[in-house]
Write a protein that binds this ligand. Structure first.
Ligand SMILES: Nc1ncnc2c1ncn2[C@@H]1O[C@H](COP(=O)(O)OP(=O)(O)OP(=O)(O)O)[C@@H](O)[C@H]1O
Ligand SMILES: [Mg+2]
Length: 501
């Protein structure tokens, strides 16, 4: 048997004359979870796309089970046993889950689903293994980002895999689903499969990974065993310098600015009430389907609540999009592709769009706009070949940085961030946290929805914990609070609180 189930050697690739991979190697052993690590734009996804046949390599060799292997297209790599879960979803929105799972596989011949009932039954099995209780006949377009992610995973494990690649699988799923995913991964590796795992959540890598290959600016840095290293050593390899996490500054919290009273929406939110104070970061934690995003969308008026009120600055707020934006309440969507960005436009256009009004009424001051755009590109370290680059061509994490950048320059009073650091590397994550603290010092208030428990604990003054559309608890983020406490509320709820409210 070959030493490596997958071996990539001397891989190089350029886009428009810019080298994004230079002589990179990746060696994955059978039964191993091999982590691929690097800052946003380091070249991880490009390397994977070369493996899967989505991109053509410039030079280099690939071996699968010791045999030379070059996929001309993704179908060839799937047939050879390479299954990739991409960072950006690859599901057909208007098709049901089960058709997506079995697209191009045994239940479909000549584009016709030959055995629909078996496909539905099989799909259900894979979804249940991931702990999701959704009817496989549901259309993809009706799913949340996290549910789409889980369907992607179900799709990948449903084929005959030798090498499974997961490009940021946990970016939008919570602790509980992550644990389930890890069990599935361990089950696969115990059967001798090779797993390549990409993630910016450094903490979790040590739970699941065996070895780790680090890339920096398209160059191979090193491959190390994860039980012989730690987070700061990995960060140094990845970034080339130390990143110091500063402690949460004390916020000067004022009076309530936003009061949400008994908000209900379809069968997704029930009598939700809480206050947001001036100068506060309020976290919202909860599992998939707990209603976090729906709550944000009802407040800003993207969804129309069935009952309840939102009070803002002593007045009842008309929860209509045009009104809430005018009042200075902005929402940064978790779904950057559909709601956050205009992909065929440039980095500059995307960043400047929401704040254009502040650069002149009739004639825009382009010099100032350009200076602002350049400053924020530098501050967030957006990896782009200039502000005229098309957003579509940026790496996943750099696209997310653009989403954040475009809203930071508007002068809103309340920011609702939905998974703000999803897919963002450790350095830029820290920058975003610092920017949030600066905003808070200026008297802005922030609601932060996040599946990243470390981030919730690090950033928030108070935490609203939701379960199945109900608020089960609102806790002060004191020294005594642990991640386990929050998780317990998220899973089991809080009878005391529920009976009192
Ligand atoms: N289709 C493309 N056209 C032009 N440039 C591209 C294209 N795809 C990727 N790039 C560039 O290649 C570089 C590497 O991108 P890649 O997506 O591989 O990064 P990554 O390591 O996956 O980052 P992230 O953590 O943000 O996902 C980036 O500078 C990106 O802008
Ligand atoms: Mg990527």
């Amino acid at each position: 048997m070959a030493d490596y189930i997958l071996e990539m050697r001397g891989i190089s690739k350029s886009f428009f004359g810019v080298k994004v991979l230079n002589n990179v190697k990746l060696e994955v052993r059978p039964g191993e979870v091999h982590v691929l690590l690097g800052e946003n734009g380091a070249g991880k996804s490009t390397l994977i796309k070369i493996l899967s046949g989505a991109y053509r390599r410039e030079s280099g060799e690939i071996f699968l089970d010791g045999k030379s292997f070059i996929a001309a297209n993704p179908k060839e790599s799937i047939d050879a046993g390479v299954s990739v879960i991409y960072q950006e979803f690859n599901l057909v929105p208007e098709m049901p889950i089960y058709e997506n799972i079995f697209l191009g596989k045994e239940f479909i011949r000549n584009k016709i689903m030959v055995d629909k009932n078996s496909a539905i039954k099989e799909s259900k099995k894979y979804l249940e293994a991931l702990g999701i209780d959704i009817d496989p006949r549901t259309k993809i377009s009706q799913l949340s980002v996290a549910e789409k992610q889980l369907v992607e995973i179900a799709k990948a494990i449903s084929s005959n895999v030798r090498v499974l690649v997961l490009d940021e699988p946990t970016a939008s799923i919570t602790e509980k689903e992550t644990r389930m995913l890890f069990n599935i991964i361990r089950d696969l590796t115990s059967k001798g499969l090779g797993v390549v795992y990409i993630s910016h959540r450094l903490g979790e890598l040590f739970q699941i990974g065996d070895r780790c290959t680090v890339l920096r600016d398209g160059q191979y840095v090193d491959t190390v065993r994860l039980d012989q290293t730690d987070e700061s050593a990995l960060t140094r390899m990845m970034v080339g310098r130390e990143i110091i996490f500063e402690k949460l500054p004390v916020h000067n919290i004022g009076k309530p600015v936003l009061e949400v009273r008994n908000l209900s929406y379809k069968k997704l939110l029930y009598n939700v009430s809480f206050n947001l104070h001036k100068g506060e970061i309020l976290g919202i934690a909860g599992l998939i389907g707990s209603g976090r995003t729906e709550l944000a969308k009802c407040i800003i008026g993207a969804y129309l609540a069935n009952s309840g009120e939102v009070w803002y600055g002593g007045k009842k707020l008309k929860c209509r999009l045009s009104e809430t934006i005018k009042e200075g309440i902005v929402y940064l969507s978790e779904d950057r592709k559909d709601e956050g960005l205009i992909l065929p436009h440039t980095v500059m256009e995307n960043i400047a769009l929401p704040s254009l009004a502040s650069y002149g009424k009739l004639l825009l001051n382009w010099k100032n706009i350009l200076a602002m755009v350049k400053e924020i590109i530098k501050k967030l370290n957006i990896h782009t070949h200039g502000h005229h680059n098309i957003v579509q061509n940026l790496s996943g994490g750099n696209q997310q940085k653009v989403v954040i950048a475009k809203w930071l320059k508007t002068d809103a009073n309340i920011y609702i961030f939905d998974e703000p650091t999803r897919g963002i590397d450790v350095g830029a994550r820290n920058e975003i946290y610092n920017i949030m603290h600066e905003m808070i010092q200026d008297g802005v208030s922030v609601i932060m929805i996040s599946s990243d428990m470390t981030e919730i604990m690090k950033m928030c003054d108070r935490i609203v914990i939701m379960k199945e559309g109900h608020i089960v608890s609102i806790v002060e983020n004191t020294e005594a609070l642990t991640q386990e406490d929050i998780l317990t509320y998220m899973l089991r709820g809080n009878e005391e609180y529920e009976s009192a409210s």
